[in-house]
Ligand binder design. Structure first.
Ligand code: GDD
Ligand code: MN
Length: 397
């Protein structure tokens, strides 16, 4: 006989309004819904739930719920948790059979949550429950997100050896390189202890991989104000960590997935593709105008005409395709003309750079002018992308 309610299997997205379970028709009194994800935590879960309730009863009596989301643990964690429901009616227990993984477990819990504020805490006592007494007041003061952090004052890790500290910091460093805009927002983006306002993530499809839900919330959520509270990551007393090699690979997958889906890399790839078509236009025209077997015009004049035609070609593709997510928000001919002028000016400056490089490479270094042109274009692509993404197709805030 299975223990716990089943989880939903629809899209991983939290709804704007808390669900009302019939016959409960009056507004939910629940302010905070705290999810505790578990896998083989039968030895810790009861004492942890007791302690969490003791603390929350002090600050939110009758106004919170706990949601244990277990992945059908072979040690019957779900059953152990369910047995506490009589004593703690504010406890829900969900048991998943199809899906697995820490981050999705938390989201499944939040999908059945009734609170305006959604939270997560590990089920193994490594997050000290009394920290909730410090997290909650910051939400009350208006923060959209409150993160328990190991890397601010009064935070830390217990007895981690150098190797473990290095792995943790290394993971954070990779994140800083790949997603600086996200990882710089908090001191401990890999934390698994935080509270977030429902409104900050409602209606947004989330697709975390593996463990780290917080980076997904920071990346996609409508999170404006963030507060942090230091806490010491405790040593595990019972059971063992579920981190495996697969968890590390999922982490990398998650970072790369976010990097691509957040626009810049995808836009850059499209921009480069468009640039390639422009290069083809540019090279063909340059050959037709400059080559002695054709018109044999002056190199500088030929290059200018070839480039201006290529710029127009590129503008149209970029406006209709590369940056369509921005142009959709700024419709109209007048806006398009403004973008064209900016794009043209940036590209003309790029062209000066391009021509200087072309002359340097072909006339001073003796590289064939077509190859030199190709190399110069390659360098100028980066210049053009950076400035155009910032100035011509900047998304309205
Ligand atoms: N439902 C479910 N499914 N729960 C899981 C799964 C899973 O696949 N994997 C892990 N959990 C539960 C564990 O039972 C535990 O309650 C919690 O998620 C954390 O998992 P651990 O395996 O103990 O993680 P850790 O101690 O190595 O790392 C933790 O600390 C980091 C530092 O703050 C995690 O909580 C990280 O999220 C956290 O950032
Ligand atoms: Mn743990």
């Amino acid at each position: 006989m299975p223990h716990g309610a089943p989880a939903s299997s629809n899209q991983l997205q939290v709804s704007a309004a808390p669900i009302q379970i019939p016959p409960l028709s009056q507004p939910s009194p629940v302010q905070l819904s705290l999810v505790i994800p578990t896998y083989n935590e039968a030895s810790s879960i009861s004492s942890l739930i007791r302690q969490v309730c003791t603390h929350l009863d002090k600050i939110l009596p009758g106004a919170y719920e706990l949601i244990v989301v277990d992945d059908n643990s072979p040690d019957y964690t779900a059953k152990v948790a369910q047995e506490l429901q009589e004593e703690f009616p504010q406890l829900q227990v969900i048991c998943r059979h199809q899906e697995r993984g820490l981050a999705t477990a938390v989201l499944r819990g939040w999908q059945v949550a009734r609170g305006e504020v959604l939270g997560v805490m590990d089920g193994d006592w490594q997050h000290p429950p009394e920290i909730l007494l410090k997290l909650w007041p910051l939400i009350q003061e208006g923060a959209d997100l409150v993160v328990g952090s190991r890397y601010v004052e009064s935070g830390g890790v217990s007895h981690w050896n150098l190797g473990r500290r290095l792995v943790s910091r290394g993971a954070q460093a990779i994140g800083l390189v790949l997603l600086p805009g996200i990882f710089r927002r908090v001191s401990d983006p890999l934390s698994g202890l935080f509270l977030v306002r429902r409104q900050a993530i409602a209606g947004i499809p989330l697709s975390p991989k593996g463990y780290k839900l917080l980076i997904e919330v920071l990346a996609r959520g409508r999170v404006k104000t963030i507060a942090e509270v230091g806490y010491v990551f405790q040593e595990r007393q019972n059971g063992e960590s579920k981190i495996q090699l697969q968890t590390c690979l999922q982490y990398l997958h998650h970072l790369i997935h976010l990097r691509f889906s957040l626009g810049q890399v995808g836009s850059f790839l499209r921009f480069s593709t468009v640039g390639l078509s422009g290069t083809f236009v540019d090279m063909t025209l340059l050959y037709l105008l400059h080559d002695p077997s054709n018109l044999g015009w002056d190199l500088a004049i030929s290059k200018f005409i070839a480039s201006e035609v290529a710029i127009l070609n590129n503008f149209l593709w970029n406006d209709l395709w590369t940056f369509r997510h921005v142009t959709q928000l700024q419709p109209g001919l007048w806006n398009r003309l403004k973008r064209l002028v900016k794009f043209n000016v940036i590209c003309l400056i790029g062209l000066l750079l391009n021509s200087s490089l072309l002359i340097l490479l072909s006339e001073h270094l003796g590289i064939h002018y077509l190859l030199a042109n190709l190399m110069a274009i390659g360098i100028v692509v980066f210049w053009n992308f950076y400035l155009n993404a910032k100035l011509s197709w900047r998304a309205p805030s």
